[in-house]
Design a protein around this ligand. Structure first.
Ligand code: HEC
Ligand code: HEC
Length: 254
């Protein structure tokens, strides 16, 4: 019985399933994840090829603006496995230095699950981008209220509301849509720019590239300004906000 696949069918419909098979859903069930191994790699790395994740993503996996790294904590289990798989297979090569591609190649499929489970086990204890500090250092910051309008309503006839896929305030909608609320500012701006110019092209059915092509630089700065500080709200579709729907169906070992 492919329990996880059935669950995925319910959540996503078969089209999205196809786009994702090859990542985490092609795997045999029952899926187990060992958070102790995940924590160990996160804190200490693995052999020569894999440095400790925390050196670039921060101890609490909250991301570091100065390094352009994203928050990984509670972004979504399936999403993290998918990104690591995409990096390992060079389907995501948006980084000039491509550090993540080399790192992901040093991880086994099981390591990826273990890391994703560990990263989704952090307390909901946000560490937001310091926009004042970024501005002082010359980073262009947008206007939060305009970003909020974009996230809530989109641009009529041009851009779908971000929250229609990513959930209220971008809190994430497990398993396909990652948490983008409280994501790091610099990383958000980078991703939207990369989707727009096509350097990041690992999105299912080109969903994000289509959206980003209709965003101006200002839109990108405004959306990132709002999202990086957005409240972790429970308002909306009533789904849980911890992006653990899928994780609950995975056997966690320690
Ligand atoms: C040398 C620094 C460095 C190290 C070490 C590192 N990362 Fe990264 N990672 C990055 C950068 C930079 C990005 C942003 C890539 C981009 O802008 O596209 C990233 C992106 C990611 C993403 C994509 C997240 C998303 O929201 O799409 C994942 C997942 C990830 N890293 C996981 C890991 C894991 C797991 C480890 C440890 C095994 C690790 N990283 C170690 C620098 C690092
Ligand atoms: C039609 C659905 C849809 C809409 C609407 C949408 N997104 Fe996305 N977005 C996605 C999907 C799917 C992904 C995951 C791509 C992947 O698997 O690599 C994503 C990923 C992202 C990421 C990368 C997150 C990360 O951790 O790397 C950012 C940033 C983002 N979206 C921002 C936005 C913004 C801002 C808007 C509104 C202007 C928006 N999205 C609207 C579907 C959507």
């Amino acid at each position: 019985m492919r329990k996880l696949s059935n669950l995925a069918m319910v959540c996503w419909g078969s089209v999205a399933m196809l786009a994702f098979s090859g990542a985490s859903f092609a795997e045999e069930v029952p899926v187990t994840a060992n958070v102790t191994n995940g924590k160990n790699i996160f804190e200490n790395g693995k052999g020569d090829a894999v440095p400790a994740c925390q050196t670039c993503h921060g101890e609490k996996a909250m991301g570091i603006d100065a390094m352009g790294t994203p928050r990984l904590a509670n972004v979504g289990y399936v999403y993290i496995v998918k990104q690591l798989t995409n990096f390992a297979e060079d389907k995501r090569t948006d980084l000039t230095l491509q550090q993540m591609n080399g790192i992901a190649k040093g991880l086994s499929a099981q390591d990826m699950r273990d890391l994703a489970a560990y990263e989704n086990s952090f307390p909901r204890d946000p560490e937001l981008s310091d926009l004042k500090d970024l501005k002082t250092n010359g980073t262009v910051i947008g206007e939060a209220y305009k970003g909020q309008i974009l996230v809530r309503y989109g641009v009529e006839g041009k851009v779908s509301a971000c929250q229609s896929c990513h959930g209220f305030n971008g809190r994430g909608s497990d398993p396909v849509y990652p948490k983008i609320g409280q994501q790091k500012y610099v990383y958000l701006v980078n991703q939207l720019t990369h989707w727009r110019d096509g350097t990041r092209a690992n999105d299912p059915m080109g969903q994000m590239q289509k959206i980003a092509r209709n965003l101006s630089d200002e839109d990108i700065h405004n959306a990132a300004t709002f999202l990086s500080q957005a409240a972790d709200s429970t308002e909306g579709n009533g789904m849980e906000i911890d992006n653990k729907t899928v994780l609950k169906n995975i056997k966690i070992v320690r």
